[in-house]
Design a protein around this ligand. Structure first.
Ligand SMILES: [Zn+2]
Length: 127
């Protein structure tokens, strides 16, 4: 059974402030997100004891929020860093693309968008 965790209901103004934290970008991959498609990620997941407060929330695209799920930041980072290995293991197409040199695995450390951008929370205004 899925445990039901009560979440804070955010006002539109609070949601706008979260979206504007990184000028409308996903805090993880940095893609541009619209208000209606923004998901709010709990950096420390509620299931891992994270607080249901705005300080523990970041704007995320659907894909990042889905992949991060109940992982904390470092486990999410490790999962992404392992993706080339996962693809080599699981995808014949990827394996062949690497073999023929049309795809080159890049084993780089993952740096999240918000880590490269100073937190603009203080100056974020609801637009
Ligand atoms: Zn994203």
């Amino acid at each position: 059974m899925i445990e039901n965790i009560k979440r804070k209901r955010l006002s539109k103004d609070e949601r706008m402030r979260i979206l504007n934290m990184f000028d409308g970008h996903c805090a993880y991959c940095g893609c541009k997100i619209e208000y209606n498609e923004m998901q709010i990620d709990h950096v420390i997941p509620l299931r891992r004891g994270g607080a249901d407060t705005v300080e523990n929330m970041l704007p995320a695209c659907r894909s990042c929020n889905h992949y991060k799920s109940t992982l904390d930041l470092e486990d999410f980072r490790k999962m992404i860093e392992k993706m080339p290995d996962t693809l080599i293991r699981d995808s014949v197409t990827y394996k062949n693309a690497v073999r023929f040199g049309v795809v080159v695995p890049n084993k780089l450390p993952v740096i999240f968008y918000f880590e490269n951008h100073p937190e603009p929370w203080e100056g974020a205004e609801a637009k």
